[in-house]
Write a protein that binds this ligand. Structure first.
Ligand code: PRP
Length: 210
């Protein structure tokens, strides 16, 4: 029987990469106080780890959007349901995302935020699924490339669950997960790194890691 889920990026993989990104941003923005903008909800986990790895007096802010739908092919219109609390005019802005897929969400958001005249605006995403990109985007900072398969954990959800998984899994057998929605529970307890020992049943544990 195939494993229902496999470790794509373990919590240690992520910890290491987030620290590297933090160091890179610290160097690139030396002497400034950038504003990190997290698009709720998925990116909140990444943001909370990333901004503690940046050795600068950063500020954070949050936005929430809901999709209106496709305006035309290659364009998406979104409605801002929670706007920033800070004026970003003249500021150095870094948008923090958990994943960029088609790029339609960020493409719309970038044009909205650019109209507020920040000094600079860049994208930092944990996962870059560029194979499905529709809208061209320049991603300045990325944690990892992401395969086309369905991914979950470290902020990414399935029906609002599993955002608190400490690493990222690929879902290999969506039907098995639909039949048993608790299948990923072992991964809340361990099964990510060599020292973890959680019995994961048909879910691939450490031996299923990359
Ligand atoms: C995800 C992700 C991005 C968007 C990327 O959010 O956080 O905002 O999708 O997709 P795109 O590149 O195809 O536009 P989602 O809608 O899943 O909401 P969530 O963050 O609340 O989980």
């Amino acid at each position: 029987m195939p494993d229902a889920a496999k470790v794509l990026y373990s919590k240690e993989d992520i910890r290491r990469r987030v620290a590297e990104l933090g160091r890179q941003i610290t160097e690139d923005y030396a002497g400034t106080s950038p504003v990190l903008i997290s698009l709720l909800k998925g990116s909140s986990v990444f943001l909370s780890d990333l901004f503690r790895e940046i050795r600068l007096p950063v500020r954070i802010d949050f936005m929430a959007i809901s999709p209106y739908g496709e305006a035309s092919e290659g364009a998406r219109v979104v409605r801002i349901v929670k706007d920033l609390e800070q004026d970003i005019g003249g500021e150095d802005v870094i948008i923090v995302e958990d994943i960029v897929d088609t790029g339609l969400t960020l493409s719309y958001l970038m044009s909205t935020l650019r109209s507020r005249r920040p000094h600079s605006i860049e994208i930092c995403t944990l996962l870059d699924r560029s194979v499905v990109r529709i809208a061209p985007l320049e991603v300045r900072y990325k944690g990892f490339d992401c395969p086309e398969s369905f991914v979950v954990g470290y902020g990414l959800d399935i029906d609002e669950r599993w955002r608190n998984l400490p690493g990222v899994l690929t879902i290999e057998d969506p039907e098995a997960l639909a039949a048993n929605p608790d299948l990923l529970i072992p991964f809340l307890h361990g099964g990510w790194d060599a020292e973890d020992t959680a019995g994961a049943g048909s879910v691939a544990g450490p031996e299923g890691a990359r």
